[in-house]
Design a protein around this ligand. Structure first.
Ligand code: RB5
Length: 145
């Protein structure tokens, strides 16, 4: 399952992405919001991060104006590796090298076409493991996990 959420800045892009990945056959759960009324992005970042950390969702997607606030909040959770990506290359490398399990997108900094491309790549790209796993383990050691 894939969980997705945004703040008010990302509601429209989120709707497009839900349609896109749902149409592609993924099981997607939209954790909100549904309106463009101003909300606080950490509430939504934590909801997605909790689902990923608990193993309820395989991957998560978070969208705010820049993607920065979402990535900061989601990365407070154990075993969550949230990557703020800006293009196809960073989305691919976030999976291949960093085993990122949450993709963060800036709806005000990334065009919707690029964002949709990034999501497709993020969902389809596998982690390479090997030396990259060692580096991820080193991240977790610093966190005490
Ligand atoms: C909301 O105005 C904006 O601060 C938020 O969407 C995000 O960019 C925070 O990182």
């Amino acid at each position: 399952m894939i969980v997705i959420a945004s703040d008010h800045a990302g509601v429209d892009l989120k709707a497009r992405i839900v349609e896109l990945i749902g149409g592609a056959g993924h099981d997607v759960r939209d954790l909100g919001p549904t309106a463009t009324t101003s909300v606080d992005y950490p509430d939504f970042a934590h909801a997605v991060a909790r689902a990923v950390a608990a193993g309820e969702a395989e991957l998560g997607i978070l969208i705010c104006g820049t993607g920065i606030g979402m990535s900061l909040a989601a990365n407070r959770h154990p075993h969550v590796r949230a990557a703020l990506c800006h293009d196809a290359f960073t989305a691919e490398m976030a999976r291949r090298h960093n085993d990122a399990n949450v993709l963060c997108i800036g709806a005000r900094s990334t065009g919707s076409g690029v964002a949709e491309q990034m999501v497709g790549i993020f969902l389809e790209t596998a982690f390479e493991g090997d030396r990259h796993q060692r580096r991820i383990d080193l991240i977790e050691i610093e966190r005490g996990n």
